[in-house]
Write a protein that binds this ligand. Structure first.
Ligand SMILES: *Cc1c(COP(=O)(O)O)cnc(C)c1O
Length: 458
């Protein structure tokens, strides 16, 4: 090792170094992300329009493009202390296995029962719902990480939680379901017969195994038709990126302790919340012209919103009950191929990241799932952690960049987000280990079909 391991394997902050404020990257953006608009009128949605669906304080955060820092309430900071600060790990063992001169660091967010970074926003959203005096909240979950995180947060605060879980996951991931139920959440397979939209979708597509977009519609319907309930979402929204900025702020504080300046920051991108959070303070410096970093979003080739999608207003859900968001999208009807096992299957992307990408402040690339699981396996065997398939997209790109450094001899510093663990994804690992995993890349025709149905707005 060129630096003789003067940098520890794990850089931990002290408990009192957990950031006390979230950073709002929008405050430093010259081109602000486009506003949510009403699908009926095409008009931007303000505070009063969003109140039936979302919690008041969260709407304020959603709409605030200017305030740079938001105080993290003490109750949330106390909860963070149960599993934060998360370690920034120097991947010495992986570097050695690769024989690369690159220095690789990863920020590990999987050290809590939900197994991912989603808890950072779950506790914040549940807290503001509780503070508003609500009885409960509703949400959707796909693979189950978000539902699990939220069930932990709601149990802690004594808040009711109704989760609509995509039917295929409900059936294939019974253990995730039981974790949520153990924390006191009610879990309903979606589409269900409990909502108008669920009944409609079941009638139109008998035997359907559901989708995220459909589960969102059901959760919103239940929130807006039950007194004392609101709907919460685990990714995509501006407020979620704000809460997730804790990841980037901690990362930066840890790097600063040792005077380390990264050359590139890499993250997987589903709806954009972990990446948006990880890069926030670095992007801030870049936007203010203080420093420059390469920032790389990595997405699955089977659900390539950034690399092959269109930057346009689109529906966030299948039932078309949510506001429209301007984002890189594959069309709300796009459903990734059934053989896609690696998560990150949402059709759209965070409006903040979409604007930053459109303005050239970040790069994006797509990777195929067999190569993702190859990287996951190499990482598990060298660094010890069994990574979530989602996180492994970032691992793939980090390894590729490190191998490039090996060719050129450059000692670049790479930081990537390791968003979670893969204990509930062992069916996907089994497929890979049995040599049964295949790659599917949608054709241009597939994409044209779903993009043709984009709403005709701005
Ligand atoms: C949900 C999830 C993601 C993707 O969501 P983003 O909003 O894009 O961060 C990535 N990794 C893990 C482990 C997740 O649970």
């Amino acid at each position: 090792m060129s630096d003789n391991k003067t940098i520890p394997y794990k850089i931990y902050l002290n408990e009192n170094e957990i950031p006390s404020k979230w950073y709002n990257v929008r405050s430093d953006m010259k081109n602000k992300p486009a506003p949510l608009v009403n699908p009926g009128t095409g008009q931007p949605m303000g505070f009063d329009d969003l109140r039936p669906v979302f919690c008041d304080e969260l709407i304020k955060q959603e709409l605030d493009n200017d305030t740079p820092y938001f105080d993290i309430p003490q109750e949330i900071r106390d909860f963070y202390k149960m599993y934060r600060p998360s370690p920034l790990v120097r991947a010495y063992c992986l570097e050695e296995a690769l024989g690369t001169p690159a220095k690789i660091y990863y920020k590990f967010e999987g050290n809590n029962t939900s197994g991912s970074h989603k808890l950072n926003s779950a506790i914040a959203q549940a807290y503001y719902a509780k503070k508003q005096g609500l009885r409960g909240i509703t949400t959707e979950t796909g693979a189950g990480q978000w539902g699990t995180a939220l069930s932990m947060a709601c149990a802690y605060l004594g808040l009711d939680l109704k989760v609509f879980m995509v039917k295929v996951s409900y059936e294939q991931k019974p253990f995730r379901r039981e974790v949520m139920r153990t924390y006191g959440a009610s879990v309903t397979p979606s589409p269900s017969m409990d909502t108008k939209i669920g009944k409609k979708i079941n009638a139109e597509h008998p035997g359907t195994t559901g989708s995220l977009g459909c589960a969102i519609s059901e959760a919103v319907e239940v929130a807006t038709t039950n007194e004392g309930y609101r709907y919460v979402l685990g990714s995509v929204l501006n407020q979620v990126l704000l809460h997730q900025s804790i990841i980037g702020l901690e990362t930066k504080a840890a790097l600063d302790k040792y005077g380390i300046v990264p050359d590139m920051i890499i993250g997987c991108a589903g709806g954009g919340s972990n990446l948006g959070g990880l890069i926030a303070p670095f992007m801030g410096e870049k936007l203010r012209g203080e420093k420059d970093y390469r920032i790389i979003a990595v997405e699955p080739a089977s659900c390539p919103s950034f690399t092959r999608g269109k930057y346009a207003y689109d529906f966030c859900d299948t039932g078309m009950v949510c506001p429209l968001a301007k984002m890189y999208t594959l069309g709300s009807n796009f459903i990734p191929s059934a053989n896609h096992a690696g998560g990150l299957r949402y059709h759209g992307m965070s409006p903040i990241l979409s604007q930053l990408y459109a303005d050239g402040f970040m790069e994006a690339r797509s990777v195929e799932q067999t190569s993702v699981f190859e990287a996951a396996t190499q990482f598990a065997r060298t660094e010890g952690i069994l990574p979530a398939p989602e996180s492994s997209h970032a691992i793939r790109a980090a390894i590729d960049e490190a191998l490039l450094c090996k060719e050129t001899g450059e000692e670049k510093t790479i930081v990537f987000g390791l968003t979670g663990t893969g204990y509930f994804d062992l069916v996907a690992y089994q497929k890979y280990n049995d040599g049964e995993m295949t790659d599917y890349i949608p054709t241009d025709e597939d994409l044209e079909k779903s993009l043709a149905l984009l709403p005709n707005i701005g």
